[in-house]
Design a protein around this ligand. Structure first.
Ligand code: DAV
Length: 389
């Protein structure tokens, strides 16, 4: 054992010494945008996933008509909450998605679940966990760097534990590893007696948010990568301080982080609101206009408005809106992984020269995320480029 250990640490030292920042030959993690050819992806797992507690910050993100259901089932395993047949279809879709990815030559890895039904406690709060089904929310991959986001829902505070084995492995093989400052999550991070106006047509900003600016907080899924430019979604889970933290952190790499405000009273994650399938094209949600859309137009990008989803609103979306239709992953600039029943968006992709690889995935939508949320692309073949000037 001793010999084995020293051989390993020797190897580790050698690798560490030969690390060159920003060199893909030295890092298994390498992704600068949403569209370069996909080589490796983290896919979340539904194991032990629990229905979230409806803490004030979760209420600020989820539509009111779902509260009764969530309050009734908070902290229970989804497995015991969802119709057995629906749950089985979710597992089948998940297994099939792995086969589809592998068939495309993509390496698939997973986080390790912990028992999310257990209550945990910090000096400032206690909560149940949620899941490790949505790696997109937690892991922000920029080039050779893995950034652990802070996570804003208190129920998701310890999700980082599920990613330790994966992250340490990537780190040992040469990736850069950063954990954003763990927030305190005191009561004063959240505005007292906050209530979102679901009919508001105002652009969402710090005035309409449940979050104060007491400390930086962000979820990784509020960022969309376009090479040198990264777009950040000011939301109920990412405050301006959180976006500023990412901006200053990435500035030395020559990356510019732009904060975007949308009309959406309960914004959570950019990936049901704005998506960039390839350089020069931004797809937007018709219900959520963007205040700074001129940034794209000025740079000569086409802004295309997404069609309304085909999967009906009354499908059991227990947490999210139906805009998971927009929640897709690019295999490369010309091919997209998209839910098989979302015909409208497939037609839009066809119009712009992108072929749809149809994935049955809608039963996985039920616990809160689409194809983009359930994954985090850790390696794409391609380099850092400037697509904006
Ligand atoms: O539109 O309900 C879902 C969150 C996706 N990560 C929505 C946002």
């Amino acid at each position: 054992l001793h010999d084995h250990f020293s051989a390993n640490s020797l190897q580790l030292t050698k690798r560490l010494c030969s690390y060159t920042p920003g060199n893909k030959n030295h890092s298994p993690v390498w992704a600068w945008n949403e569209w370069d050819p996909l080589e490796e992806i983290v896919l979340g797992t539904p194991e032990m996933a629990c229905c979230p507690e409806v803490l004030p910050e979760a209420k600020a993100c989820i539509s009111e008509n779902k509260f009764d259901f969530l309050i009734k089932h908070k902290g229970k395993y989804w497995k015991s909450v969802i119709e057995p047949e629906h749950y089985k279809l979710m597992l089948d879709e998940h297994a099939n998605f792995i086969r589809i990815l592998q068939g495309e030559g993509v390496k698939v890895v997973h986080p390790e679940p912990i028992d999310f039904a257990k209550t945990f406690k910090t000096p400032n709060f206690s909560a149940h966990g949620v899941d490790c089904a949505m790696p997109r929310d937690f892991l922000l991959i920029v080039g050779d760097e893995m950034i652990e986001s802070t996570m804003t829902w208190r129920s998701r505070y310890f999700e980082f534990m599920c990613y330790k084995t994966l992250i340490k492995d990537y780190w040992r093989r040469g990736a850069k590893w950063t954990a954003a400052p763990k927030p305190m999550c005191r009561e004063s991070l959240f505005k007292e007696n906050y209530c979102a106006d679901e009919d508001s047509s105002a652009f969402f900003d710090e005035k309409t948010s449940i979050l104060t600016e007491e400390e930086p907080v962000f979820d990784a899924a509020d960022f969309i990568r376009c090479g040198r430019d990264i777009f950040a979604h000011v939301s109920q889970v990412s405050n301006n301080s959180g976006i500023e933290w990412v901006r200053r952190h990435l500035a030395p790499k020559g990356i510019r982080v732009h904060a975007l405000n949308f009309v959406d009273p309960k914004p959570m994650h950019i990936d049901t609101t704005l998506f960039t399938p390839r350089p020069g094209v931004a797809i937007t949600c018709p219900e959520r206009p963007c205040l700074q859309i001129g940034l794209f137009k000025k740079a000569g990008w086409d802004v295309v408005v997404a069609p309304y989803p085909d999967i009906p609103k009354n499908f059991p979306y227990y947490i999210s809106s139906q805009w998971l239709s927009l929640n897709v992953v690019m295999l490369d600039e010309k091919r997209v992984l998209v839910e098989k029943d979302e015909i409208g968006i497939q037609k839009l992709f066809e119009k712009i020269g992108i072929t749809s690889v149809k994935v049955p995935f809608k039963h996985c939508f039920s616990i809160g995320g689409g194809i983009h949320c359930w994954t985090s692309d850790v390696r794409r073949r391609g380099d850092l480029q400037n697509y904006f000037d």
